[in-house]
Design a protein around this ligand. Structure first.
Ligand SMILES: Nc1ncnc2c1ncn2[C@@H]1O[C@H](COP(=O)(O)OP(=O)(O)OP(=O)(O)O)[C@@H](O)[C@H]1O
Ligand SMILES: [Mg+2]
Length: 114
């Protein structure tokens, strides 16, 4: 199983939800987050400590899929829906995932996400 995380522009939320539902992704979690990429923004001293004050609001998706085939499909769908071509379009990360349990049935592993 593979966990995909995507941090994207807020205004792309609906487009990405639609793209994921088209490929029939079974579950998704969405967060409101703040962050910055390589442009960083500017820094400021607050009570003697240097802090980055240009954290931009973004949306984060978390999706667990069962195979590398689904990983590729999901990443492609997100990339296409999130793309504008400008800095700040976001990033997509993926990780191997150890375990999933569906609480209702106690199913473990891919049975719990299919
Ligand atoms: N290396 C990273 N680690 C963790 N989060 C990141 C990283 N890079 C980007 N992010 C998250 O993704 C958001 C969007 O990043 P962004 O698209 O600006 O990346 P970038 O590397 O600066 O690329 P671009 O040049 O296209 O802007 C950031 O606000 C941050 O939340
Ligand atoms: Mg950037």
């Amino acid at each position: 199983m593979i966990k995909i995380e995507a941090i994207v522009r807020k205004e792309k939320l609906e487009d990405i939800k639609e793209a994921l539902s088209k490929i029939e992704v079974n579950g998704v979690t969405v967060y409101e987050v703040v962050g910055h990429g390589k442009q960083k923004g500017y820094k400021e001293l607050v009570r003697g400590t240097e802090v980055v004050i240009s954290m931009l609001p973004k949306i984060k998706f978390e999706i667990i899929v069962s195979s590398q085939e689904w990983e590729a499909k999901t990443i492609k769908a997100i990339q296409e829906a999130a793309f504008t071509g400008n800095p700040g379009d976001g990033k997509i990360f993926s990780y191997d995932l150890r375990s999933v349990m569906r609480i209702r049935t106690k199913e473990i592993g891919t049975a719990a996400i299919n």
